[in-house]
Design a protein around this ligand. Structure first.
Ligand SMILES: Cc1cc2nc3c(=O)[nH]c(=O)nc-3n(C[C@H](O)[C@H](O)[C@H](O)COP(=O)(O)OP(=O)(O)OC[C@H]3O[C@@H](n4cnc5c(N)ncnc54)[C@H](O)[C@@H]3O)c2cc1C
Length: 200
């Protein structure tokens, strides 16, 4: 296995040749593995979404703390209305996103897995996009609040610098934003058509 370097995570190339899988290790039905993988994406997306939501909150927390500490033009950053506006836009997005996340997670605990697969896939897909878009927004605004410190490794802006760099590890894997946004609407189209047909 050859590993390739990456700042976010290393990747490996795995080759399978003449691999035999014991029957009792089979997940789902033979030759239906793709479906299992696709359903599993719901849970991978939820994990990805909860990490991104948490990181948005970390970015907000770091920004608040720093805004109370740093003084420019004789005032703390928090005393500049422009900075408070940035924090407000971060906070409203963090709060609403986290509430949506809790709502979806609760539904996954109440529904049988099969129902999650069929009925929650669209909601989870849209939530995943929401979480990475909010994280990207918060990372950008946090970096502006930290100024030059957000561009140096280590020191007070360490978390902000790292998280800004990590945004794409949430916006791309487990379905890129473009793909999951489209999936969310395609799932809604499917239920719309089904409802319409059942009423005819
Ligand atoms: C940190 C990280 C971890 C990862 N971990 C894993 C892992 O554990 N296992 C694994 O198998 N893979 C993993 N991946 C790979 C990941 O699943 C892919 O990078 C991701 O699905 C996007 O595919 P791609 O890179 O081939 O981009 P492409 O598919 O080439 O897409 C390029 C761009 O075009 C857009 N695009 C593509 N198709 C369409 C379309 N039909 N409509 C509109 N826009 C489109 C995409 O949104 C993207 O913006 C990981 C990636 C990253 C960055």
């Amino acid at each position: 296995m050859k590993c390739q370097g990456a700042w976010g995570s290393g990747t490996g190339y795995v080759e399978f040749q003449d691999v035999k899988v014991p029957v009792n290790h089979l997940i789902g039905e033979e030759n239906q593995g793709f479906k299992v993988m696709m359903y599993n994406f719901n849970y991978e997306r939820l994990r990805n979404a909860s990490c991104a939501s948490r990181f948005s909150r970390v970015l907000l927390e770091e920004s608040m703390r720093y805004a109370f500490k740093r003084k420019t033009f004789g005032k703390r950053l928090i005393d500049h209305p422009v900075i408070r506006l940035k924090l407000a836009h971060m906070a409203r997005q963090c709060e609403s996103t986290h509430n949506w996340l809790e709502n979806i997670v609760l539904q996954t605990t109440l529904m049988p897995r099969q129902q999650v697969n069929t009925q929650l896939a669209g909601g989870i897909a849209l939530l995943k996009a929401q979480c990475s878009i909010v994280m990207e927004y918060c990372a950008r605004e946090a970096a502006q609040i930290f100024g030059g410190l957000a561009y140096t490794r280590g020191g007070q802006g360490e978390k902000v610098e790292r998280l800004y760099r990590e945004v794409k590890a949430f916006a791309i894997p487990a379905g890129s934003e473009e793909i999951v946004l489209d999936l969310g609407i395609r799932q809604a189209m499917k239920s719309y058509e089904q409802n319409r047909k059942s009423k005819m």
